[in-house]
Ligand binder design. Sequence first.
Ligand code: S3P
Length: 177
Amino acid sequence: MKKHIYLIGYMGSGKTTIGKLLSERLNLPLLEMDEIISERFGMTISEIFDAFGEDAFRSAEEDLLLEISTLEEASVVSCGGGVVLSENNRKILRDSGIAVLLQADPVEIYNRLKSNNDRPLVSGNNKLEKISKIYEARLPLYIETAEVIIDTDNKTPEDILNELFLYVRMNNSLIQS
Ligand code: S3P
């Protein structure tokens, strides 16, 4: 059954900001996947990658998504950017909620991420190159998973929220607003 609203998209696409606003507007709990994983490990995301490797992080991410998908209560879920890498996750996202892709241009993403150091996949030198490469590889997976795609470039959080809110209200009778 489709009950959650999953925000998917590249790192820095605004999932956290929009997630907070959306959960307040819809009066639904907000589940931040990275935050939950970080709390469970007692480490930052970078520390998890350093200590246990990306595979351990992906496995924790997959377990958490499965757990969230079986919750009775509807939630707004802000997903880590790489959640779509697993085919199993893509199916869960499609089957148990509305997956909303917050789309942003790689240069815009670079500008938003350049001073952030807790994104292990795009840290260090050649940031824009790393971002563009992952962006190209991920785009088909995001598109395949998303039920709705919102272009976030040159839009305020309020604009994005209004677009999304309209879609959610029209398509999800379970959510009262
Ligand atoms: C990742 C995105 C991050 C975090 C981790 C890996 C990715 O989440 O899960 O650094 O592979 O795109 P955000 O999208 O919230 O930055």
